[in-house]
Design a protein around this ligand. Structure first.
Ligand code: NAP
Ligand code: GDD
Length: 324
């Protein structure tokens, strides 16, 4: 019989890539969506799988909706990708971020514990939990957490709740501690997509400036399509565990900008980019860089798309969008 997976956050960036990957493996995929005024299936449309997913309603802040879904579906696997995932916005909506990202995970795990305890659970943890923490310039599974945003703090709660349900109740729960991963369907507020969208608009004569914050911050950027494979692998192991997933390389925002402008033949990016204090954060993380020995050794996973190709792929997709 086909395995079943419930994916929360199905309409975001990772949800569609994961759903596509699972569908390819023969899974029946349920996607949880919250109540919307206007449905937005653009990301699933982009990957051509909108009609292949079965949708159920639910909200991470509404425990009863999570219980109903777990009870009805009894999924083999739950991938909890739902979150208020924008770090910059988390200072303005700290309570909501905490309710969705932290308490939501407690509700979901409780539902699994009570109504479907053999379900395997994946939690979308993040390198934002490390914040200032690092081990000789890298972050791995043993690096201390020192989050720098309400988002990072909410994810630390969720991380430990996931570990605690494993240790207390014997549930099969895993944390994927993923570093930044991007794609042509990355949300427009995140810096990579903001840059590639801005570059495409400037190239097409639809804008003349791109307003950005801190250009010096460095991130470990990979491709979302590669990272969902690691999520799946975690739940196929004999034992549950927590894994850092990244590329092991870091690049500055400025490097991303330079490459994106260069790709469309605009060599002097400084003519277009304006630094705007509105996009600077009250507390910044200067650099994140993954040490990925564990995920390579135990899951046999490694990223496939190099940084330059990622930038190129995203710029090309945005140029295409403005051709219509
Ligand atoms: P994303 O594009 O922001 O997608 C998040 C999804 O969560 C959206 O579909 C959103 O629904 C849904 N959501 C938000 N609040 C909800 C609620 N109250 N109830 C139910 N669903 C809700 O994020 P992503 O980039 O795909 O990331 C997926 C997960 O991985 C997130 O948990 C994120 O924190 C984590 N993560 C991401 C990265 C990364 O670099 N992308 C790295 C590490 C960890 P709507 O579409 O209705 O808004
Ligand atoms: N968004 C944004 N907009 N960021 C900017 C800008 C800007 O105009 N200018 C500079 N930056 C800098 C930010 O200050 C940050 O240092 C870096 O670019 C990356 O910002 P984002 O793309 O917003 O991502 P993030 O690193 O804060 O968070 C993403 O990755 C995390 C994993 O480390 C999100 O996907 C999180 O959900 C995820 O957990």
């Amino acid at each position: 019989m086909a395995k079943t997976a419930l994916v929360t956050g199905i309409l975001g960036q990772d949800g569609p890539y994961l759903a596509k990957f699972l569908l390819g493996k023969g899974y029946k995929v349920y996607g949880m969506v919250r109540r919307y005024s206007n449905p937005n299936f653009d990301n699933l449309d982009f990957l051509g799988i909108t009609k292949k997913v079965e949708y159920v309603e639910g909200d991470m802040t509404d425990e009863s909706s999570l219980i109903t879904n777990i009870k009805n579906i009894q999924p083999d696997e739950v991938y909890n990708l739902a979150a208020q995932s924008f770090v910059g916005g988390s200072w303005h909506q700290a309570k909501l971020t905490t309710e969705i990202n932290a308490l939501g995970v407690l509700y979901l795990l409780n539902a699994i514990k009570l109504f479907s305890p053999t379900t395997k659970f994946y939690q979308a943890s993040t390198s934002e939990m490390f914040g200032l923490g690092n081990t000789n310039g890298y972050q791995d599974e043993n690096t201390c957490f020192h989050p720098r945003s309400p988002y990072g703090i909410s994810k630390v709660y969720a991380y430990w709740t996931t570990v605690n349900f494993r240790e207390s109740y014997g549930l099969f729960t895993c944390n994927g501690i993923l570093f930044n991963h991007e794609s042509p369907i990355r949300g427009i507020q995140f810096v990579t997509r903001k840059i590639t969208d801005g570059v495409a608009k400037i190239k097409k004569g639809l804008a003349d400036k791109l307003y950005l914050g801190n250009l010096e911050a460095k991130r470990d950027w990979g491709f979302a399509g590669d990272y969902v494979e690691a999520m799946h692998l975690m739940l196929q192991q004999e034992k549950p565990g927590d894994y850092v997933v990244g590329t092991g390389e870091s690049h500055s925002v400025q490097e991303f900008v330079e490459l994106a402008f260069k790709y469309v033949g605009l060599d002097n990016w400084r003519n277009y980019v304006v630094t705007d204090p509105r996009y600077k954060r009250p507390a910044e993380i200067h650099e994140l860089k993954a040490k990925t020995d564990k995920v390579k050794k135990i899951l046999g996973w490694q990223p496939k798309m190099p940084f330059e190709e990622l930038v190129k792929t995203m710029v090309e997709a945005d140029l295409k969008r403005y051709e219509h």
